[in-house]
Ligand binder design. Structure first.
Ligand code: NAP
Ligand code: MG
Length: 401
């Protein structure tokens, strides 16, 4: 008897090597066990082009309707891709389009296995980064100052009234930058973080430099605190987790000395820098989960890496590949777990747990793909092909279930 589903998952297929893995995962790890229900959207580049990218919009709207989506990695076209695929247009990044429609925050967490040792020896549990994806230096206006003179910030309200503040009186040449953010965007960032912390039952840390930036960063601090006090304090108490605010430099020091197991909300720039530090310190981009959480509670699960183009060209030439499917498998398991929780299907949740356990057991037994075999501390690791790795997981999954 296969495990039953109620509500379909929104399935967004993708490109290149990850599209190949997608099909293998479905055929070997899902379809034999689950009576799979999905609403299928082909976000492969060819089909995006055929539909003038309407399929990406439709898939995002379907995510609003059903609540949970799982997405394969997709090509973001550049000039070379326009030529390779004969595209009508250089279509925008699908992730950007989906994010704009769902209005979310991206959470990335490492998948911890024995034998892949974090560079920071004290880290025992994953640290999840939540990166605000709007504004600050990424939407800044800048100017070079050629010589003596004064720079001011001027705000002109719609009624014509003005507020101004002096930035600096220059004695000589220099540089200047104007940044902004939106209260609405900070609010939805905060709510996404609080929702995610409750979902994961992990404490939430947030840090800015409010002692130095008394208006700008302080607004971030205040928005988080107000929303927490008004909407989340009781829920956090009930879940036995906490919201903790500190200064960004203090947060960095504490992260290094922590044993992990919390969510670290970062302003846009901090998140850019710190997520690369965390992912490399934990081992590999193919061992990261990634989920977009909207403030309205829609979830879109994906892998953190791209379509692994180099491996795909090897595959097309008929050569054997050893591409790591863990992040894509965990995208599926994350989506099944969430669907099972929302629909009250404990068997589906149990299947998600089993799929993850089987995957981790496989690696810990010494069977892995080439990227991990190169960095593992296990002795005599066995490097498997893309398909054999998935088949090894299947064998374990049959045992676990
Ligand atoms: P990539 O697909 O992340 O791969 C870069 C390199 O990282 C690979 O060549 C491979 O190294 C290693 N790698 C990444 N994932 C791996 C895995 N699962 N197993 C083993 N090794 C892995 O980035 P890319 O090749 O620069 O980009 C390819 C396409 O992906 C681009 O068209 C880009 O637009 C798209 N992209 C999509 C997303 C998304 O949809 N979320 C994100 C990023 C990029 P070796 O070659 O040394 O083995
Ligand atoms: Mg970066």
């Amino acid at each position: 008897m296969k495990i039953e589903m109620k509500t379909p998952l929104v399935e967004m297929d993708g490109d290149e090597m990850t599209r190949i893995l997608w099909q293998m995962i479905k055929d070997e790890l899902i379809l034999p066990f689950v009576d799979l229900k999905t609403e299928y959207y082909d976000l492969g580049l060819k089909h995006r082009d055929d539909t003038d990218d309407q399929v990406t919009v439709d898939a995002s709207e379907a995510t609003k309707k059903y609540g949970v989506a799982v997405k394969c990695a997709t090509i973001t076209p550049n000039a070379a891709r326009v030529e390779e695929y004969g595209l009508k247009e250089m279509w925008k990044s699908p992730n950007g389009t989906i994010r704009a429609i769902l209005d979310g925050t991206v959470f990335r967490a490492p998948i911890i296995v024995k034998g892949i040792v974090p560079a920071v020896s004290g880290w025992k549990k994953p640290i999840t980064i939540a990166r605000h994806a709007y504004g600050d230096v990424y939407k800044a206006s800048e100017m070079k100052i050629d010589g003596p003179g004064k720079v001011e910030l001027v705000y002109t309200a719609e009624d014509g009234s003005e507020k101004r503040v002096l930035v600096h009186k220059f004695d000589g040449p220099g540089v200047v930058q104007g940044q902004h953010n939106l209260t609405a965007s900070i609010e939805s960032f905060a709510r996404s973080c609080f929702e995610f912390a409750l979902d994961r039952k992990e404490s939430l840390w947030f840090a800015t430099k409010d002692t130095i930036s008394k208006q700008y960063d302080h607004t971030f601090k205040d928005v988080f605190q107000e929303i927490f006090d008004a909407e989340y304090k009781e829920k956090f108490d009930a879940a036995g987790i906490e919201y903790f605010y500190t200064l960004i430099d203090d947060a960095v020091a504490r992260v290094m000395k922590s044993e992990g197991g919390f969510i670290w909300a970062c302003k846009n720039y901090d998140g850019d820098v710190m997520s690369d530090m965390l992912s490399s310190a934990f081992g590999s981009l193919a061992m990261m989960t990634s989920v977009l959480v909207s403030p309205k509670g829609y979830f879109e699960y994906e892998a953190a890496h791209g379509t692994v183009q180099r491996h795909y060209y090897k595959h097309l030439k008929g050569e054997e590949t050893s591409t790591n499917s863990v992040a894509t498998i965990f995208a599926w398991s994350g989506a099944f777990r969430k669907r099972g929780q929302l629909d009250g299907l404990p068997e589906l949740v149990r299947y998600a747990d089993a799929l993850e356990k089987a995957t981790i057991d496989t690696i810990e037994s010494g069977k892995m793909t080439g990227d991990l075999a190169r960095i593992t501390t296990l002795e005599n690791p066995q490097t498997l092909s893309s398909r054999d790795f998935i088949l090894a997981i299947k064998e374990n999954l049959e045992k676990v279930l």
